[in-house]
Design a protein around this ligand. Structure first.
Ligand code: OSB
Ligand code: MG
Length: 373
C-alpha cells in the first residue's frame, strides 16, 4: 500500500473515575493516536503507553519521540503490503513495543478496509461474541470495593479481577468471597510482591481465584516458576510476556498456566498472534488484557479476542466504564450476558469521531514519506 501520511495526535481524556493499581493512580489519560492515510483509506492505531513509566518503561512521550523520529519515517517509505511486514520494518529499533504496535495495528486496520473484510477475520478470528470481565481498581474503602463489584455483576460481567497490593489483599478477598462465594474472581498485583511474601501469596489459595496475575517482578520467569510450584491457583503472566519467546520460556519453566495478551505490550497484532498460537499449541489458555484504551484500542482488542484460544473472559469492557464520551461510534457496549459482539462489518467496525478527536487534541505532527529520497 502507498502511504501518503502518518499523523500523530496527543489527546487528553479524563477517566470517569480514578483507576488505582499497585503502581499508581491514573485520573487523566494522555493518549497518542496514529492515523495512517493510504490510497484513500484511513487506518487508526492507539498507543497504550501510560503517562508515566510505571507499568512499562515506555510512556506517551517516549512513544511520540521514537515514532516521529524512527518508526513512522521508516514505515512511510516502506509501503508495507500488510501489517505482518511491520516487525521487519521496525527491527532496527530495539524495544518501544507500544509505539510499534500503534503503527502496526493501523496498517492491519487499513488492510482490512482495502480488502473489504472485518479486521477480526483478517486476524484469523472465529468468535462472533467475546466473553468480558472487568478490572476493578484499588478502592479507598471496603464499602466502595463491594459496591463497585455489585455494579459490575449487575451489568453482566463474567469475571471480576481485583487489583491488589500488600495491605489490600487477603482481607479484601475475604470480604468479597463472604458476600459472593461463587463468582469467578481473579486478582492482579502488577508486580507488587517479592519472594519474602511467598507464604502470604500461598494463602491466596484459600479464595478460589481463577488466577493470580503478575505477583512478582515485571521481568521475571524464574521466581514465578518457584511460586507456581507452591500454589494451587494458576499464575497468569502479563508484564513479563513481551513476545513469543517469552511465552515459550514461561510455559517451559511452568512460570504460569495462563497468559494475558496485550497488543501494545508485545508490539502489535503479529506478535500477539504468535503468542496466541504458541500458547494454544501448548494447551495454555489466553485472554486479552486492557490498558484503559479509548474505543480505537478497544476495537482492536475486540478483534484480537475473536481468535480461538482466547478462552477466558478478557479485560475488554464497555466504553462507559472509562469514558463519559468515547471517540468511536457506536461506543463499545456489553450485553447483559457479559458479551461483546464482534463486528462483522468492514475494518474495525466502529466509526471514528474525528470532530471530537480534533477538540481533544493538544499536539499534532504529520510525517510524510521522504519524496524522491
Ligand atoms: O495490569 O492489566 C493491567 C490498566 C493499566 C495498566 C495495567 C493494567 C490495567 C488494567 C485495566 O487492569 C484493564 C482495562 O483496561 O480495563
Ligand atoms: Mg495486569
Amino acid at each position: 500500500m502507498k502511504i501518503d501520511a502518518i499523523v500523530l495526535r496527543e489527546i487528553r481524556m479524563p477517566l470517569v473515575q480514578p483507576f488505582q493499581t499497585s503502581f499508581g493512580t491514573t485520573t487523566d489519560r494522555r493518549i497518542m493516536l496514529v492515523e495512517i492515510k493510504a490510497e484513500g483509506f484511513i487506518g487508526w492505531g492507539e498507543c497504550v503507553a501510560g503517562e508515566h513509566p510505571y507499568f512499562s518503561d515506555e510512556t506517551i512521550d517516549t512513544a511520540w519521540l521514537v515514532t516521529a523520529q524512527e518508526l513512522a519515517p521508516a514505515l512511510a517509505s516502506a509501503d508495507p503490503e500488510h501489517g505482518g511486514k511491520c516487525p521487519g520494518i521496525f527491527r532496527q529499533v530495539r524495544g518501544h513495543r507500544m509505539a510499534k504496535a500503534a503503527l502496526e495495528n493501523a496498517i492491519w486496520d487499513l488492510e482490512a478496509q482495502m480488502r473489504g473484510i472485518p479486521l477480526a477475520e483478517l486476524l484469523g478470528g472465529i468468535r462472533e461474541v467475546i466473553p468480558c470481565g472487568v478490572s476493578i481498581g484499588i478502592q479507598s474503602t471496603m464499602e466502595k470495593q463491594l459496591s463497585e463489584i455489585e455494579k459490575e455483576l449487575a451489568a453482566g460481567y463474567q469475571r471480576i479481577k481485583l487489583k491488589c497490593k500488600p495491605g489490600w489483599d487477603v482481607k479484601m478477598f475475604e470480604a468479597v468471597r463472604t458476600r459472593w462465594p461463587n463468582i469467578t474472581l481473579s486478582c492482579d498485583a502488577n508486580s507488587a510482591y517479592r519472594m519474602n511474601d511467598i507464604e502470604h501469596l500461598v494463602s491466596f489459595d484459600d479464595f478460589d481465584l481463577l488466577m493470580i496475575e503478575q505477583p512478582l517482578w515485571s521481568d521475571d520467569f524464574y521466581f514465578h516458576s518457584l511460586l507456581q510450584k507452591r500454589l494451587d491457583t494458576a499464575i497468569c503472566l502479563d508484564e513479563s510476556i513481551r513476545n513469543r519467546r517469552d511465552a515459550l520460556a514461561a510455559i517451559e519453566m511452568e512460570s504460569c498456566r495462563i497468559i494475558n495478551i496485550k497488543n501494545g505490550r508485545v508490539g502489535g497484532f503479529s506478535e500477539a498472534i504468535a503468542v496466541h498460537n504458541a500458547a494454544e499449541e501448548r494447551g495454555i489458555p489466553v485472554w486479552c488484557g486492557g490498558m484503559l484504551e479509548t474505543g480505537i484500542g478497544r476495537s482492536h482488542n475486540i478483534a484480537l479476542s475473536s481468535l480461538e484460544n482466547f478462552l477466558l473472559p478478557g479485560d475488554v469492557s464497555a466504553s462507559k466504564r472509562y469514558w463519559k464520551e468515547d471517540i468511536i461510534e457506536p461506543e463499545v457496549t456489553v450485553s447483559s450476558k457479559g458479551e461483546i459482539t464482534v463486528p462483522q462489518s468492514i475494518g474495525r467496525g466502529f466509526g471514528v469521531r474525528e470532530d471530537l478527536i480534533k477538540q481533544l487534541t493538544v499536539r499534532k505532527e504529520e510525517i510524510r514519506a521522504l519524496a524522491f529520497a
